[in-house]
Design a protein. Structure first.
Length: 103
C-alpha cells in the first residue's frame, strides 16, 4: 500500500520539476515618460536564446535611431540625450515591475 503512494508522489515531483524548467522568455521594454516609469511586453519566445537574439534586433534598431547602445547578457540600454530606453529578457515567471500587490 505504501509503495504505490510513494511512486505517485515521486511521479508528481518529477512532473512539476520538468514543467517549471520549460518556461517562456519575454522581452520587456522600460522607459520613463513624463516622470512615470513605463514597462511593456514587446515579444515572447519559447527559449532564452531566441529572446536574446531578439535583443540584438532591438539594439540594431536603437543604433539606427541614433541611440548609443550598451548591451550585455539579457539587457540592452539605449541612450540619446536625456532619453533612455531599456530592453530586458526575463523568464515569464519574472515581472520587472515587482510583486503584484505593489502595482
Amino acid at each position: 500500500m505504501i509503495r504505490p503512494v510513494v511512486l505517485a508522489v515521486l511521479a508528481l515531483f518529477l512532473t512539476v520539476g520538468q514543467a517549471s524548467a520549460e518556461c517562456a522568455w519575454v522581452v520587456w521594454s522600460y522607459g520613463v515618460v513624463a516622470g512615470e516609469e513605463i514597462y511593456s511586453i514587446e515579444a515572447a519566445h519559447p527559449s532564452r536564446t531566441e529572446c536574446e537574439t531578439d535583443l540584438i534586433v532591438f539594439a540594431r534598431v536603437l543604433k539606427q535611431d541614433g541611440y548609443t547602445v550598451t548591451s550585455g547578457g539579457r539587457v540592452v540600454i539605449g541612450r540619446k540625450g536625456a532619453e533612455s530606453t531599456k530592453y530586458l529578457c526575463l523568464p515569464d515567471t519574472m515581472d520587472p515591475r515587482g510583486p503584484k500587490g505593489i502595482r
